[in-house]
Design a protein around this ligand. Structure first.
Ligand code: C2E
Ligand code: MG
Ligand code: MG
Ligand code: MG
Length: 289
């Protein structure tokens, strides 16, 4: 095929390009097999209300329990998955597994889990599929997880230039009661007009804006400006990557409603999250800001 032909034609000088391409194909095949063999694991990270510390949402984050290399983080495989399209079956697997686990929590801890949202990352590759709505509807039916407790996280790069069918699909999902969240908000500041075109309900301010707000007045000022901007769209605002109590305090002071980060809780396996719900029967808050 084209890549092999190019490598042959270029001779030895192109050896690295050749192997990189083979690596991508081998990784793609391995990842698709991993999805089929249930080698993926979903971890969950709480998002808390910054004024009370109450857990309001859990974000599903994929890991790959690789038979030889151990537990791999998305940074080790998601880029190749995006490139090859393996992120489509992967994303479907994550959505199904996360909904199944969260539906079980709702059954076991009705009082604690009733108001809890489940947030799942969607790739650009999934959002442009005409079958997206049917796939999601099918997974909700199959797992019994309610549409109005599901939030889909799209990165800014996905929503910057949505085509008409994508806007229509997102509107349909919104009408079903599903929330739409813009992940890594602020990293693609080229054009914010998309926010008036799309049925967005949540903005997640990228972790790069949280970094240093507790020590650097300039960083504080920029973060505050981003929070103000997000508020101007009258959307829920979540700050990502909160690592210190002081950062949490600063964000609460700026009027940022919600936060996520190692300061509150790291991503954890489903059973650990279930224990957290069980504990909430006695103590309703996570770590107070
Ligand atoms: P994201 O959606 O922006 O998720 C937040 C990432 O920040 C997670 O990394 C999380 O573990 C990390 N994080 C949370 N709090 C802190 C903190 O206080 N400090 C620092 N330094 N990091 C923090 P993770 O789990 O490695 O995921 C990385 C990215 O991979 C995600 O970024 C998301 O874009 C992507 N991803 C994860 N799961 C999926 C999935 O199921 N589907 C798709 N399409 N992408 C996924
Ligand atoms: Mg996310
Ligand atoms: Mg994010
Ligand atoms: Mg981010």
């Amino acid at each position: 095929d084209a890549a092999m032909y190019a490598a042959k034609r270029a001779g030895r000088g192109q050896y690295r390009v050749f192997t990189a391409d083979m690596d991508t194909r081998a990784q793609d095949a391995e990842l698709r097999r991993a999805v089929e063999n249930d080698e993926l694991v979903v971890h969950f990270q709480p998002v808390v209300d910054l004024s009370t510390g109450t857990m309001v949402t859990v974000e599903a984050l994929v890991r790959w329990n690789h038979p030889a290399r151990g537990l791999l983080m998305p940074g080790a495989f998601i880029e190749v998955a995006e490139e090859t399209g393996a992120v489509i079956p992967l994303g479907e697997w994550v959505l199904r597994d996360a909904c199944r686990q969260a539906a079980a929590w709702r059954a076991e801890y009705p009082a604690e889990a009733d108001a809890l949202w489940l947030s799942v990352n969607l790739s650009a590759r999934q959002v442009v599929l005409a079958s997206l709505v049917d796939t999601i509807r099918g997974i909700l039916d199959e797992t019994g997880f309610p549409a109005d407790r599901l939030v889909l996280e799209l990165t800014e790069s996905v929503v910057l230039q949505p085509d008409e069918p994508t806007v229509a699909r997102l509107n349909t999902l919104r009408e079903m009661g599903i929330g739409i969240s813009v992940d890594d908000f602020g990293t693609g500041f080229a054009a914010l007009s998309y926010l008036r075109l799309l049925p967005v309900s949540v903005l997640k301010i990228d972790r790069s804006f949280v970094d240093g707000i507790d020590t650097d007045p300039d960083a504080y000022a920029v973060a505050e400006a981003v929070v103000r901007l997000a508020q101007a769209y009258r959307l829920h605002v979540v700050a990502e990557g909160i690592e210190t109590a002081e950062q949490a305090r600063c964000l609460a002071e700026m009027g940022c409603g919600y936060g996520q980060g190692y300061h509150f809780a790291r991503p954890m396996p489903g059973p650990a999250l279930a224990s957290l719900l069980a504990e909430r029967q006695s103590s309703p808050v996570l770590t107070k800001s």
